[in-house]
Design a protein around this ligand. Structure first.
Ligand code: FMN
Length: 276
């Protein structure tokens, strides 16, 4: 098997049907990337962190509005407090750097006031733009960090304790958490997660999901053969029980059968974010 065929097989559990001739180191890095949740006890040089943050700021941003901020947390005491908000995820305390990626509509509101203009865009579109900006910045950071040998783990679980997290970082009105990111040196290789087949996710010319059941069924089989879900990773077993074979589609359906973070809209409102 060629190296490219192995990358494709790892990512999709399928035979590669795309030409390998276009490969380059960036693409190889992306095809083989994986989340990191086990970090070595080793700090990150401040110069390197600043460089990676500059890469994050190089992300595309809607109309160059730059409606996001990043809080970089290195202080072990603060990282400990963040980790304590999410006790099920000890990797938060283990990583030497924790970044909070935030939607930030405060900056432009302040600038509008400074320039003497009305601000007329408290709406869902602004919220969406801020989320996309922050997400792209986070992903640019991840790509740059992984190219430098670092490992990263996004953390949406901070939104389970969103008000406490916002207080901890001193977030004012107009600034809201989108995701955290643990950053550190990987203590092991981790593994490549298998993704849905391209045919299920990528539609050609028009949207067509008529083959969804078959496509996901095959993926469920391949994924289960490689990564059988142990009882501890099966969702809501108290309600649905433990299965010998708990497939991806079963598990994600279980997960979303109960509301998650349904206090988010109320939190946004409390921070002066309007979705109207
Ligand atoms: C927005 C976002 C939030 C995430 N939140 C968490 C989290 O709270 N805790 C965690 O351990 N992993 C989290 N992850 C990591 C995903 O679980 C991981 O990316 C996914 O399982 C696929 O694995 P891979 O990145 O190795 O391909 C998050 C990822 C994203 C993009």
């Amino acid at each position: 098997m060629t190296e490219f065929a192995k990358m494709w097989e790892d990512r999709f559990g399928l035979e590669a049907d795309t030409a390998a001739k276009h490969l380059n180191p960036t693409i190889e890095g992306l095809l083989t990337r994986r989340v990191c949740r086990t970090f070595a006890e080793k700090d990150i040089d401040g110069g390197l962190l600043d460089l990676l943050l500059a890469c994050a700021q190089s992300a595309p941003t809607k109309s160059n509005l730059q409606q996001y901020s990043i809080v970089a947390v290195r202080d072990p005491a603060t990282r400990r407090k963040i980790a304590d908000l999410v006790p099920s995820m000890p990797w938060i305390a283990d990583a030497p750097v924790f970044l909070a990626f935030l939607g930030d509509v405060r900056r432009i509101r302040r600038l509008a006031a400074l320039r003497g203009h009305d601000y007329a865009n408290d709406n869902a579109d602004t919220f969406m733009n801020a989320c996309v900006d922050a997400a792209l910045a986070m992903q640019m950071f991840i790509v740059a960090a992984e190219s430098a040998g670092l490992g990263c783990c996004p953390i949406s679980y901070i939104r389970n304790r969103i008000a406490d997290f916002a207080d901890l970082l001193g977030l004012p009105d107009g600034v809201f958490p989108i995701a955290g990111l643990c950053v550190g040196w990987p203590a092991n290789d981790g593994y490549v997660s298998m993704r849905l087949p391209p045919d299920v996710v990528v539609h050609r010319e028009t949207y067509d999901d008529s083959d969804l059941e078959a496509g996901v069924g095959d993926y469920d089989e391949r994924n289960h053969a490689r990564f059988p879900l142990p009882p501890g990773k099966q969702r809501h077993t108290e309600r649905y029980g433990v299965l010998e074979k708990c497939t991806w589609s079963e598990n994600v359906s279980r997960q979303l059968s109960l509301p998650e973070r349904d206090g988010f809209a109320a939190f946004l409102k409390s921070k002066g974010i309007s979705l109207g």
